[in-house]
Design a protein around this ligand. Structure first.
Ligand SMILES: Nc1nc2c(c(=O)[nH]1)N[C@H]1C(S)=C(S)[C@@H](COP(=O)(O)O)O[C@H]1N2
Ligand SMILES: [Mo]
Length: 299
């Protein structure tokens, strides 16, 4: 199938490469003394790739494993990710429990280098591996009248120490409008940086919607339900004033407690400078999905 999508990013945009280049520039402009002074705050390795791989995998949110920044990295190994299946139900032609292995056998895994921007204003460029959500939804077949797609994360009290705390209502749930879900940018990720997804990043299957804030990217998905009603979403249920259903990256709509006009690229340490955030995180090709909509009211 001819893809309706082209990437404007390459491996040189991936977070570790950018850090590497900034470091070179900075070091060129610094005297030896300031390099030594900076060494405590900046990694002194020749290449930063292994550390930056740690940055994206450790500075993560997976509240089912705890709310501390390092809890998911410490606890997520408890999650059993094999065997895995995804129930696809609701307004589909072929509802049922789909074994992940059967899904993967039918999908072409490709690499997608996407900007990824969290609501807390940090950003990265991440090489994901995965397949288009549209292809999975087509496998189950869309029934007439379906308008939304609801997603659910696995809930296992014995494997997820964070779910004894009522930080959120469990299981974690998310949702997209059907046209957002069918957009070729919308990815079901199975890996990152050329490796299988680490548990804390949502193994074995997580959503990536690169023009929306990071919390839309629901992890470890076990259920996908097509409906004609806007589905509830975890962060909206927790705080409707701060988190809307759409959650499109929008520099003109601030979070009630902070500005969304700029972002801080992650992994840079000393080299990290705020830069302007782009509408739809730079993915202009999705703008037509929202023609005629008030994106301040539908934040
Ligand atoms: N099930 C589940 N999915 C989740 C979360 C979570 O706590 N639980 N956190 C979200 C938030 S707030 C963000 S920013 C991203 C972080 O993804 P990453 O850790 O892979 O960078 O995952 C999202 N998906
Ligand atoms: Mo987040």
């Amino acid at each position: 199938m001819a893809r309706r999508w082209t990437n404007d990013l390459t491996h040189t945009d991936v977070t570790p490469e950018r850090v590497f280049l900034n470091r070179r520039q900075l070091i060129a402009g610094l005297g030896a003394g300031s390099i030594m002074a900076a060494a405590g705050r900046v990694r002194a390795q020749e290449t930063l790739d292994p550390n930056d791989y740690e940055d994206i995998t450790n500075y993560c949110n997976y509240y089912e494993f705890g709310t501390g920044k390092t809890d998911p990295a410490e606890n997520a190994h408890m999650l059993t990710t094999e065997p895995w299946s995804v129930t696809i139900d609701g307004m589909v032609e072929r509802p049922g429990e789909y074994a992940l292995q059967d899904i993967l056998d039918k999908m072409t895994i490709e690499e997608r280098i996407y900007r990824f921007r969290c609501v807390e204003a940090w950003s990265m460029v991440v090489p994901w591996n995965g397949f288009e959500l549209a292809d999975l939804i087509q496998m189950a077949g869309v029934r007439e009248g379906a308008k939304y797609v609801a997603f659910e994360t696995v809930l296992r009290r014995d494997e997820m120490p964070g779910v004894k705390y009522p930080v959120l209502e469990w299981p974690y749930v998310e949702g997209l409008r059907l046209d957002e879900a069918m957009h070729p940018l919308t990815l079901m990720a199975t890996g990152l940086y050329g490796k299988p997804l680490p548990n804390q990043n949502g193994a074995p299957l997580r959503l990536v919607v690169p023009w929306k804030y990071g919390f839309k990217s629901i992890k470890s998905i076990v259920r996908i339900t097509l409906t004609d009603q806007e589905p509830p979403t975890s962060w909206n249920k927790a705080n409707a004033r701060e988190y809307g259903f759409y959650s499109n990256v929008n520099p003109e709509v601030d979070h009630p407690r902070w500005s969304q006009a700029t972002e801080r690229p992650l992994g840079g340490g000393l080299f990290s400078r705020r830069k302007p955030t782009l509408m739809f995180n730079g993915y202009d090709e999705v703008a037509s999905l929202y023609d005629g909509m008030d994106l301040k009211a539908n934040f």
